[in-house]
Design a protein around this ligand. Structure first.
Ligand code: ADP
Length: 268
């Protein structure tokens, strides 16, 4: 059995009409592969913590007489359950972002407010890792969009900057306004990303160091979520990085007064 994917377009050429038939098989095939990969990845990501929880549960009974062991297994079960919860939440968030109507509640949002809220949401990790966050730049910029999603996107970038930084280093969150575009840059002095991995960090489930990221609770979904949120707002996300020196992730969004009529792509 074979399926043929054809798209039909009608073009006008002077007084004549042309019927254009295009073979959409390649695009349909690519989308199908992306979907299949995503599902395979989800299954893999969910199986790991579920498997760990089952094994730990099995190990609990024989260890019943040893309270120290029981405590240890229980703690590890909790860590895995928290991780499972986080992956599930992020997958749901990502699916929601892929739906078209996420911006129904869009409004003018003050960038200073987004920055302050996203920094505030990271304060526990910031003090745990003893890093300092310095924010500044052009005050008063406004963008048009969903406040909660924009805070989530910036929160993810700051959380990564904290996660991949060494103790005692600084993280900068700078806002710059140029020609109708608001740039929010998050700069860290952390481990950085090798050139060959730079193009892949926005892919779902991609982690430079699987083991390290997994141990620290990373899911590999954070940056895909940021990218979706920003692109849904007509903006883009860029990364600059140098291994051992640090990284800068820059969100660019149309300023509120320009947002209603154009996305960044159209302004360039
Ligand atoms: P994770 O949940 O693993 O952090 P992300 O999608 O947020 O997933 O990031 C994907 C990968 O990109 C991370 O595993 C990490 O290897 C790399 N990465 C992201 N942000 C930074 C950063 N600020 N510095 C160094 N590496 C980073």
């Amino acid at each position: 059995e074979a399926t043929i994917h054809l798209s039909v377009r009608v073009a006008r050429l002077g007084t004549r009409y042309l019927l254009l038939l295009a073979d959409d098989r390649t695009e349909a095939h690519r989308l199908e592969e992306v979907r299949r990969d995503f599902i395979a990845n989800i299954s893999h990501e969910l199986k790991t913590p579920i498997g760990a929880i089952s094994l730990l549960a099995e190990a609990l009974e024989p260890a019943a007489d040893d309270p120290e062991q029981v405590r240890k297994f229980a703690r590890r079960m909790e860590t895995e359950a928290v991780r499972l919860g986080r992956i599930t939440r992020e997958i749901i968030e990502l699916s929601r972002l892929q739906a078209a109507d996420v911006l129904t509640g869009a409004e003018r949002v003050a960038v200073d407010h987004i920055v302050a809220a996203a920094i505030d949401q990271n304060h526990v990790q910031v003090s745990a890792r003893r890093v300092t966050i310095v924010s500044g730049g052009d005050p008063g910029a406004e963008v048009y969009g969903d406040e909660g999603l924009l805070i989530l996107a910036l929160h993810n970038l700051i959380a990564n900057a904290v996660q991949y930084s060494a103790e005692g280093t600084r993280i900068g969150v700078g806002v710059h306004l140029t020609e109708g575009i608001v740039e929010i840059a998050v700069t860290d002095q952390g481990v950085g990303i090798a050139e060959e991995d730079l193009g892949r960090v926005f892919e779902r489930f991609f982690r430079v160091d699987q083991a390290r990221s997994r141990n620290t609770g990373g899911t590999g979904l954070g940056l895909s979520i940021v990218k979706h949120v920003i692109e849904n707002h007509g903006g883009d996300l860029r990364v600059w990085s140098q291994p051992s020196h640090g990284s800068t992730f820059t969100i660019r969004l149309p300023e509120a007064s320009h947002a209603a009529t154009a996305s960044l792509g159209e302004q360039r």
